[in-house]
Write a protein that binds this ligand. Structure first.
Ligand code: SF4
Ligand code: SF4
Length: 255
């Protein structure tokens, strides 16, 4: 078994003293986040791009930036992609979910998320030098380049991803920790096998339509808990993922 370590940071305190840790522990598997055109951002866009540029120069990597789409910035999704293209970083367009600081903003629906992503599909070729996920994940999946759709689509993350939080607690992932679910143990005592088995079991939805479809296997546990109120039912993002897959096939047909 091979274990890859990565770190998620907003780079706010990034300076050269971090390079040794980033290189030797994380092998530059560093992802960051910035919510463009949104009041959720903790500091200005120029400060963020400045930190990111330093990271790009030191690591020789483009950087992978997670940007949360919400009602404030979803109409600017193409401007966000252009900022990525102009500054040479890859981007993952996530969606605002009602937890943490996001509670103060208006609820962003799966339909609104889909609308924004479909716009990216329509203009995908205008941003040739960067990866734009989850749009590119679906294109790769439709091409057969990857056999499974990764996070935020999959139900197969349990046992493959573990998130170590700053307080030493271990969760399924940071997003599950945000909503107070998926606690699996702590750094001192390790993984609680009973909790882990329960989560693994619940991740496999034995729904007939999911077994026939197979696209997301019932989907992300956080979505099921937050949007459907029950981790035992398939994700309410079902239509989003099916439509994304159709868009990826259309994109490939046209290109
Ligand atoms: S896309 Fe819908 S039907 Fe298909 S596996 Fe996912 S939740 Fe089930
Ligand atoms: S539970 Fe959802 S957000 Fe967490 S790793 Fe799995 S797919 Fe990603």
């Amino acid at each position: 078994m091979r274990i890859y370590h990565s770190i998620q940071t907003n780079l706010l305190l990034y300076d050269d003293s971090w390079n040794k840790v980033f290189e030797s522990v994380f092998r530059w598997n560093v992802s960051t986040s910035y919510d463009f055109f949104s009041s959720l951002r903790p500091y200005s866009v120029s400060t963020f791009l400045d930190r990111l540029k330093k990271f790009q120069d030191r690591s020789g990597k483009p950087g992978y930036v997670i940007c949360v789409l919400n009602k404030e910035n979803d109409k600017k999704v193409l401007d966000i992609c252009m900022i990525a293209e102009e500054n040479g970083f890859h981007i993952k367009l996530n969606y605002l979910y009602p937890a943490g600081a996001a509670r103060r903003l208006e609820f962003f629906t799966p339909v609104e998320y889909l609308r924004a992503l479909k716009k990216v599909f329509e203009h995908r070729d205008e941003f040739p030098s960067v990866v734009i996920d989850p749009v590119d994940m679906f294109i790769d999946y439709a091409k057969g380049k990857i056999m499974e759709l990764p996070c935020p689509v999959t139900n197969r993350c349990v046992g493959k991803i573990f998130a170590l939080m700053p307080d030493g607690k271990i969760y399924q992932c940071g997003e599950m920790a945000d909503i107070g679910e998926g606690y699996l143990g702590d750094v001192k005592n390790g993984i609680d096998q009973e909790r882990f088995s329960e989560l693994l079991e619940v991740s496999f939805v034995l729904d007939e339509k999911c077994m026939k479809c197979g696209l997301c296997g019932g989907g992300c546990l956080k979505q099921r808990r937050l949007y459907a109120g029950d981790m035992k039912v398939p994700t309410p993002f079902c239509t989003v993922w099916k439509e994304m897959y159709r868009s990826a096939l259309n994109y490939l047909e046209k290109s």
